[in-house]
Write a protein that binds this ligand. Structure first.
Ligand code: GDP
Ligand code: IMO
Ligand code: MG
Length: 429
């Protein structure tokens, strides 16, 4: 019996939330370990739709949710989300939600700086969610972040705010954006402290106790390998590491606790924001995928860019992310297409290349080499067993497995929780 870590293998929005919710029935605790409210995870359970950004998806199943130290926490966004899901009938209390007291906070200065910098970048903008994720991680690494535990020490908060404001106001003023006063930030923190502090605890200690008691832990990644700050399409990435290894450091558990790494991959590819995307389709097929897949960003509402499945990128994500098996989602969106293409290699400046290059110029010039196979006319939408799938859809899945050098262990055929096919239980691996 093992733990399971779920990560995205493309550019996010692969359906991690749906799969984590589905797997959570087999787990006791669900842990977020990186990212922040840039994530948007959609869960469909009967006629209820839950859109979660910071809250671990396991809360919907009544499991304990944990926000680890690797997450950057916007306390206002968190409280708004708690209020929203509470109105939907979920119970979120300090017994069901544990937040690491050493997690750094996202403050209003971070969002302001994120947006001002994006505006200043002009045509080289990253297309961030504008939620202050990058600036908050920068502050953490620069040892200037306000962490949740600081809220209990007014003296510490006082000098830390001075240091933080000196840095941020200098930058904001230089960018021609509005600066902040210490009073503004103090008011912000004073308002959220009484609600936030009761959730905070030494998460690492509780997770260690849970491990000793034989509890099953499910780690819920946000974003994806191609958005990883080291392994993704830098600089068009997010500001955290998104690979499975971070489940350990981002929550304070042993690397051996990561367990089975389930990589989530969409049966095609999407991306929100700027940056290279070799298999992007600018034609009617791209628009069809977007319409059928309802490809609009959960967080920002921006239309997602759509393209064919890129097996070369996923093979890399499998290797870099230590993926043990793949959950292939949104197979149903391909129903009825005459032909389906898979990217099986690249060309760069007229030469065949085996792996995706690292420099942004070369990444932008990469051309995909496709293998094309017939589509299927039958519907896979709502299928709950392998036997319900058309032969051609099975061929597509099998070809993907060969190309990415990893087994497909789960299949998803609609947004609905139970429209899921299990081939191999990751908790039993
Ligand atoms: P996440 O960020 O990886 O959790 O993914 P999002 O929730 O942002 O985006 C995935 C979208 O696809 C959501 O709207 C899901 O409800 C939906 N979805 C997930 N799995 C499937 C599937 O198998 N088929 C279809 N049609 N939609 C799916
Ligand atoms: P989930 O968990 C898709 C993208 C943004 C932008 C880049 C940097 O739902 O898969 P940031 O605000 O993080 O500094 O933006 O990363 N991005 C995502 N794209 N899904 C996400 O999360 C994303 N989180 C960030 O669009 O291109
Ligand atoms: Mg999402």
């Amino acid at each position: 019996m093992s733990n399971v870590t779920v990560i995205g293998t493309q550019w996010g929005d692969e359906g991690k939330g749906k799969i984590v919710d589905w797997l959570a029935s087999r787990a006791d605790i669900v842990v977020r370990f990186q990212g922040g409210h840039n994530a948007g995870h959609t869960l469909v359970v009967g006629d209820q739709v839950y859109k979660l950004s910071l809250l671990p998806s396991g809360l919907v199943r009544g499991k304990i949710g944990v926000i680890g130290n690797g997450v950057v926490v916007d306390p206002k966004a968190l409280m708004t989300e708690i209020d929203r899901v509470t109105a939907q009938g979920l119970v979120v209390t300090p017994e069901t939600l544990w937040i690491a007291e050493n997690a750094p906070l996202i403050l209003p200065v971070h969002g302001a700086l994120d947006r001002a910098r994006e505006a200043a970048r002009g045509e080289h903008k990253i297309g961030t969610t504008g939620r202050g994720i990058g600036p908050a991680y920068e502050d953490k690494v620069a040892r200037r972040a306000i962490r949740i535990c600081d809220l209990a020490e007014p003296e510490t908060l006082n000098w830390k705010l001075d240091e933080l404001l000196l840095h941020h106001n200098t930058l904001l003023a230089g960018l021609g954006a509005e600066t902040f006063t210490k009073g503004q930030l103090k008011d912000f923190l004073t308002e959220i402290t009484p609600r936030l502090l009761p959730f905070s605890c030494q998460v690492w200690d509780r997770l260690d106790e849970a491990r000793r008691a034989g509890r099953r832990i499910l780690f819920e990644g946000a974003q994806a390998v191609m958005l990883d700050v080291d392994h993704g399409t830098y600089p068009y990435v997010t500001s955290s590491n998104t690979v499975a290894a971070v489940a350990a450091s981002g929550s304070g558990v042993s690397p051996s606790s990561v367990g089975f790494v389930l990589g989530i991959a969409k049966a095609y590819t999407t991306r929100v924001g700027e940056g290279p995307f070799p298999t992007e389709l600018h034609d009617q097929t791209g628009r069809t995928l977007g319409e059928r897949g309802h490809e609009f960003g959960t967080v920002t509402g921006r239309p997602r860019r759509c393209g064919w499945f890129d097996a070369v990128l996923i093979r890399r994500a499998v290797r870099v992310g230590g993926v043990s098996g793949i959950a292939l989602t949104k197979l149903d969106v391909l129903d009825g297409l005459d032909e389906i293409s898979i990217c099986v290699g690249y060309e760069l400046d007229g030469k065949k290349i085996e792996t995706f290059p690292s420099a942004p110029g070369a990444q932008a010039r990469v051309k995909p080499v496709y293998e094309t196979m017939p589509g299927w006319k039958e519907t896979t939408a709502g299928a709950r067993s392998w036997a319900e799938l058309p032969a051609q859809a099975i061929k597509y899945v099998r070809r993907i497995e060969e190309l990415i050098e990893a087994p497909v262990t789960l299949l998803s055929t609609s947004p609905e929780r139970d429209d899921t096919i299990l081939m191999r239980d990751p908790f039993e691996d």
